[in-house]
Design a protein around this ligand. Structure first.
Ligand SMILES: *Cc1c(COP(=O)(O)O)cnc(C)c1O
Length: 463
């Protein structure tokens, strides 16, 4: 059989697709009761996959191996007791839309390639502007995640600041360009620092602004801003959940011609909730924003958003064509707002997710996560753990009497398979201390999940 014959035979035989869909459904059915993290044996079994790429294998055998070896070594993020990093769960409607649209295999670079995707990107851009309280003219690029979105926001800012100085960075690059300044809080996320490295500015140029005991920038201690300054604010500290106060600094930046980017990977969504919107006060006047749909919104991976109120800067910085692409005329080419040309159709599941939740549902989801986080903090405290952060959003930390006890309890929790959370450093009165960080980031976390997690943690501590 030739390769093409083999491929046609596979295409005609829908068994593999049906089987994959059935396995996906069985996985979802088991997600709420499954171990949260694979045991050592399942991880060790991954070694059986090693070896040279041999002769081709039939689809059924590949799916078998995926079920037997790979699935067993996955973290269960759909369940309610995975609290690691800020990973988020998955809304079933979005997962279903992804599985369906994966079969369409759309390239969303140009409207002509996928009229359906181009239409949805335009529609969702409008919905997001409404959710985040941004002007209707703000533009959105649909990228892989916040790391890329932060980079895009800063690329747009770099373009605008240098253009204001009479320098075309697209043509001339950074060699010999007027020097740009960077102002960031001491507690900026590592993805922000990486973006500055990718941008060619590096991190040595950062003028650091001190933060308070919750990791919030102290705006009064920021240096004077000017028309060559990129200002980086944070909506949601990755350990404490705290938000930088934004209003005064953004007003000053506007007055001086500086560019403000808000890294709101998980926190930007606070703007959707009447109860938590106050955390983002003044934010809408910033120039660019980054957020993840795969975190707080519980979209499938990977789904990041870069938004800019200065839509022209975003387009000019990211368009591959040399000529200016006018806004609002004709279909929208997604690649004019992203670094990539070819991209998968992540817009299909994001559109489906927003349709499912509805306008109020986005805020309700945020409130669900934050209310669970507050419950988590009270359960931890009741069980004798110290919660070192003010729980203002969805992030909760826990500590024992010493760093050693904290890390031992965390390792015990991880090994139990009941729940999973990772470590973080957190400043104490006498220097850095260790804390266990819980991110309540899945719609499926219940109060019972939290009670079970706290009980497992207490058991791991030695009660
Ligand atoms: C997660 C996170 C990032 C990085 O986002 P990715 O989607 O993982 O690239 C950046 N900033 C903050 C505050 C985050 O929580």
């Amino acid at each position: 059989m030739t390769l093409q014959d083999r491929l046609f035979a596979d295409m005609a035989d829908s068994a593999a697709i049906t089987r994959a869909a059935d396995a996906a459904r069985a996985h979802v059915d088991a997600a709420l009761t499954r171990r949260t993290y694979p045991d050592a044996a399942a991880i060790a079994a991954l070694d059986t996959l090693e070896g040279p790429l041999g002769a081709g294998v039939e689809t059924a055998a590949i799916l078998d191996e995926m079920q037997a070896t790979l699935r067993s070594a996955t973290a269960e993020q759909l369940g309610g007791r995975y609290f690691g990093f800020v990973n988020g769960g998955v809304v079933p409607a979005a997962l279903a839309a992804r599985i369906m649209s994966d079969a369409w295999d759309q390239n969303t670079a140009l409207a002509i390639m996928s009229p359906a995707a181009a239409k949805l990107e335009k529609i969702v851009e409008g919905w997001l502007n409404d959710i985040f309280g941004l002007p209707e003219s703000a533009a959105c690029g649909f990228v892989s995640g916040s790391s890329m979105a932060i980079f895009c926001g800063l690329v747009a800012g770099r373009w605008r600041l240098l253009q204001q100085s009479g320098w075309d960075v697209n043509a001339k690059g950074l060699n010999g360009a007027p020097a740009l300044r960077v102002v960031a809080g001491r507690e900026a996320h590592s993805a922000v620092l990486k973006a500055l490295r990718l941008l060619g500015l590096g991190t040595d140029c950062i003028e650091w602004v001190p933060c308070d005991d919750q990791g919030r920038m102290i705006p009064e201690e920021a240096p004077m801003l000017d028309g060559r300054t990129l200002v980086l604010l944070q909506a949601g500290h990755v350990a404490s959940g705290a938000f930088d106060p934004m209003e005064s600094l953004i007003a000053e930046a506007r007055a001086e011609g500086a560019w403000v980017h808000v890294d709101g990977a998980f926190g930007l969504w606070a703007a959707a909730s009447p109860r938590f919107r106050h955390l983002t006060k003044g934010m809408a006047r910033a120039h660019s924003f980054s957020a993840d749909a795969h975190k707080t919104l519980n979209a499938p991976y990977d789904s990041g958003l870069v938004m800019a109120t200065d839509a022209e800067a975003l387009r000019r910085a990211l368009s591959a064509a040399a000529s200016y692409l006018p806004a609002g005329e004709g279909p929208r080419d997604g690649m004019a707002y992203t670094p990539e040309m070819s991209r998968r159709g992540r817009i299909f599941e994001l559109w489906a997710l927003l349709k499912y939740l509805g306008r109020d549902g986005v805020g309700e989801l945020v409130e669900l996560l934050c209310d669970r986080a507050a419950f988590f903090a009270s359960e931890l405290t009741a069980a004798g753990f110290h919660v070192p952060n003010d729980v203002v959003f969805n992030q909760v930390m826990a500590q024992c009497a010493t760093d050693e006890e904290t890390l031992a309890a965390m390792r015990g929790l991880q090994a139990s398979g009941e729940a999973w959370a990772g470590p973080t450093d957190w400043p104490g009165p006498d220097g850095q201390t260790k804390a266990i960080r819980f991110s309540v980031c899945s719609w499926s976390t219940t109060e019972d999940d939290i009670r079970r997690t706290v009980a497992a943690l207490a058991a791991a501590r030695g009660s």
